[in-house]
Ligand binder design. Structure first.
Ligand SMILES: NC(=O)c1ccc[n+]([C@@H]2O[C@H](COP(=O)([O-])OP(=O)(O)OC[C@H]3O[C@@H](n4cnc5c(N)ncnc54)[C@H](OP(=O)(O)O)[C@@H]3O)[C@@H](O)[C@H]2O)c1
Length: 282
């Protein structure tokens, strides 16, 4: 496979950093981005190009980043929309601001980046978007309403983008990981809202303790996970010969959770079909 040009958001740690390392090692051209580029200066020494990109930006900034990225190698083949963070809080405790920040990161900013590269991809009739979603889109998790909601919004929007752009030669891949050992649950990166209400304490206290202890105990190895994503994009190894998918569960916990949700949903549809149906005009 000829070297491809990849742009990745959120490369200071976790999946994003793994993408940069693996792609450079395979001889690809990498444009690593971060909101604070001093944190990724080492990737420049390793051969990557570096651009500043904060998902809390206006469209004009995303457009400028896309233009600067295209200028580096003359084109971009793959854009990995990876950056994200977790906000923990009971919905009644959360502020509108808390939710806007999660949606700005996982939806508005992410799609701002996608929108910025769409003219380039349409002109080339080629290009691949990778979006890092979450199994959180497949069911609620108490105290993660803003995270689950924003990742669910991402799911619906990526499926729509795929219907709109697949006929134009553009590929879209929504990756939905289970739990991976990144910096996502690092106390420095997470926001926790302590509940004001006694009623919710039996939920928040054990859950916050569990999630804090789970940092660096998650089953998923980000190096293996990222390799699977790269294989899928390039059609290599276990992904060779398969039709490019619109979504990919990542991790055995993700496969199990999504399968369980699908089975429960089918059961619910069957049980309630008589109530759900027969609502059309005679
Ligand atoms: N790890 C898991 O178990 C898991 C499971 C499901 C989904 N995910 C998703 O995987 C993606 C990557 O997360 P990770 O697990 O690799 O966690 P991570 O190690 O904490 O990496 C998150 C990256 O996102 C960046 N970021 C956060 N907000 C940003 C913003 N406004 N603008 C630009 N960059 C920003 C962070 O940069 P700073 O250093 O500047 O904060 C960091 O580089 C996220 O979308 C996450 O929701 C992870």
């Amino acid at each position: 496979m000829a070297p491809q040009v990849w742009l990745i958001t959120g490369t200071t740690s976790g999946f994003g950093a793994e993408f940069v390392k693996k792609l450079l090692a395979k001889g690809h051209k990498v444009i690593a981005t971060a909101r604070n580029t001093s944190k990724i200066a080492h990737f420049k020494e390793a051969g990557a190009s570096i651009l500043a990109l904060d998902l809390f930006s206006e469209q004009v900034t995303f457009d400028k980043v896309a233009a600067d990225a295209v200028a580096i190698h003359g084109h971009v083949d793959v854009v990995v929309n990876n950056a994200g963070y977790s906000h923990f809080g009971i919905i009644e405790d959360d502020s509108r601001e808390d939710w806007i920040k999660q949606y700005q990161t996982h939806v508005f900013g992410t799609f701002g980046v996608a929108r910025a590269f769409l003219p380039h991809f349409r002109a080339r009739k080629a290009g691949t978007f990778v979006f890092i979603g979450s199994t959180a889109a497949w069911g609620g998790i108490p105290t993660l309403g803003a995270y689950c909601g924003s990742k669910s919004a991402l799911r619906g929007a990526v499926e729509t983008l795929n219907l709109e752009t697949k006929p134009l030669g553009i590929r879209n891949l929504l990756v939905e990981p289970g739990f991976f050992r990144t910096e996502l649950l690092n106390d420095n990166n997470v926001t926790y809202v302590d509940t004001k209400f006694e009623d919710y304490k039996p939920v928040t206290e054990p859950l916050f303790t569990t999630f804090k202890k789970y940092h660096q105990q998650q089953p998923g190895d980000p190096a293996k996970g990222v390799q699977r994503i790269i294989d899928t994009v390039l059609g290599e190894n276990d992904a060779a010969g398969k039709e490019f998918p619109v979504s990919l569960a990542l991790g055995s916990d993700a496969v199990e959770q999504i399968r369980k949700k699908c089975e429960e949903t089918l059961k619910l549809l069957d049980e309630w079909e008589a109530v759900s149906s027969n609502t059309n005009y005679d």
